[in-house]
Ligand binder design. Structure first.
Ligand SMILES: C[S@@+](CC[C@H](N)C(=O)[O-])C[C@H]1O[C@@H](n2cnc3c(N)ncnc32)[C@H](O)[C@@H]1O
Length: 244
């Protein structure tokens, strides 16, 4: 396994730009997710939540929760779920979608500076969010700080397919179809150009596992989905003390 460091090409725009971009696409975000993924995102989200241990008295943080896609499933595994996101408008949609779920708290927060105590969660999940965090090392170290020693983190993120033909086909889809359809339905073409650019530049597979190790996690399971279009990473916070 490699122990990489990040270059600037992995990093998205600054936090304020990311927040206003997600604020702008919040009203059409769920519709476009379903259209652009052909429903695959639901299957992958189910696989992500299925990969974390159930804790009926536990607390789970769903970081970069967006409109709360993972939250209903997480409430079946944990007593309390906190959905945190930097975009107030994404959280507004989440709140109105899931107001009937009593054990959920919604918190506006930056993944790089979480307003939670050390070791206050049994599990932290992130779906399609981690690549948007400008300082990835800081985001991972905050995840490590707030999860209990021995606790689980589970991350679903885009990757780069290994097979050259499949990679080319996916890149054509990402470069031309996603911005066209995303722009037409949301009126925010720039946001749907940002998605494939950040996804293509984001470290995946062994490289991302190396970053998890650097951040103080022990990778447990890594699943490549659809030939590497996306990955699920499950890791545990190492047990020794609060420091590394
Ligand atoms: C592609 S959406 C994913 C939303 C949701 N998890 C899902 O699976 O549909 C990425 C989310 O990450 C949030 N985000 C981006 N940067 C963030 C940061 N620094 N801290 C917290 N949330 C952030 C965005 O506001 C957005 O809601």
């Amino acid at each position: 396994m490699t122990t990489p460091s990040l270059t600037s090409s992995h990093r998205p725009a600054d936090t304020r730009q990311v927040r206003s971009m997600f604020d702008a696409i919040a009203p059409t975000y769920d519709l476009l997710n379903s259209v652009l993924s052909g429903g695959m995102h639901r299957i992958w989200e189910r696989a992500l939540v299925g990969s974390v241990p159930t804790s009926p008295t536990g607390r789970c943080l769903d970081l970069c929760t967006g409109t709360g896609a993972l939250v209903p499933r997480l409430t079946r595994k944990f007593q309390t779920v906190v959905g945190a996101d930097i975009s107030p408008r994404m959280l507004q949609v989440a709140r109105s979608r899931f107001e009937s779920l009593p054990q959920v708290e919604w918190v506006e927060a930056d993944a790089q500076r979480l307003p939670f105590d050390d070791a206050s969660f049994d599990c932290v999940t992130v779906s399609y969010g981690i690549r948007n965090v400008p300082n990835l090392e800081l985001g991972l170290s905050e995840m490590r700080r707030v999860v209990k020693p021995g606790g689980t983190i589970a991350i679903l993120e885009f990757g780069t397919p290994r097979n050259p033909l499949w990679r080319w086909l996916f890149s054509m889809y990402s470069t031309y179809i996603i911005p066209f359809v995303g722009g037409a339905l949301s009126g925010q073409r720039g946001a749907y150009e940002y998605l494939p650019t950040t996804a293509a530049a984001f470290p995946c597979g062994d490289v991302f596992e190396g970053l998890l190790v650097n951040a103080g996690f022990v990778p447990c399971v890594t699943r490549r989905l659809m030939g590497g279009i996306a990955y699920i990473y499950v890791a545990k916070r190492s047990i020794e003390g609060i420091g590394r």
